[in-house]
Design a protein around this ligand. Sequence first.
Ligand code: FPP
Length: 249
Amino acid sequence: MVSGPLTEEQLLNMLDRSRLPKHVAVIMDGNGRWARDRGLPRISGHRAGIEATRRVIEDCRSLGIKILTLFAFSVENWKRPKSEVSALMDLLKKYLRGETHKLIENDIRFKAIGRINGLSDSVQKEITMATQRTKNGKEMMLNVALNYSGRIEIIDAINKIIGDVQGGRLERDKITEEVFSRYLYTESLPDPDLLIRTSGEERISNFLLWQTAYAEFFVTSVYWPDFRRYHLLEALVDYQKRKRRFGGL
Ligand code: FPP
């Protein structure tokens, strides 16, 4: 018998729709290497990365994933050449301006997570518009991490907690894990069940440090622009084979 890689159809048949992860997070990595391998400028990789982003949103939505969180721009990414940073910001603005109507049509709610006030006014304006216009989305929540750092998110939460304790809105002996979680950018959302990272790197890179405590990690070697529904299905099927014990037996 000849056996090779599974086909997309086989993966789809293997997927148990009743046990999908509720929250999927993705570290979209490898745009630069994808472009380099083709002798193209890095920005072409990011442009192709946007296409992959569009696809993964559509695919998660149609499969029935309820929360999708994408790592688009980290606090550390400001260290990149100015031209690359501004090209990324332009792509983001264009995406938000051009695609918000599709999010609305698909009943998807958009939210930016990170230090949003550290982004330019024009980016903030697009974010505010998209957030406002999609606020009634019920089928899927799309979080995009922008100017994001997991450590800074924890510091921001601590500062908010201090403010609430000092202002008498929170008692200091009432700070449980659950309470703390609500002060994070992800607020009341459940933690990611599955974290996907592309381009073969096996690092968390300061993404959702608190929230990924028990996430299942799936690394694929494909670069982000090459990520297709096939790879998403691979990750979901693999996830369903795991035994999640959360530290128990
Ligand atoms: C990682 O590739 C990718 C990024 C830093 C940017 C990811 C952003 C997008 C794909 C656009 C997202 C846009 C929206 C609208 C959500 P890299 O440049 O680190 O690749 P490399 O490691 O190969 O250099």
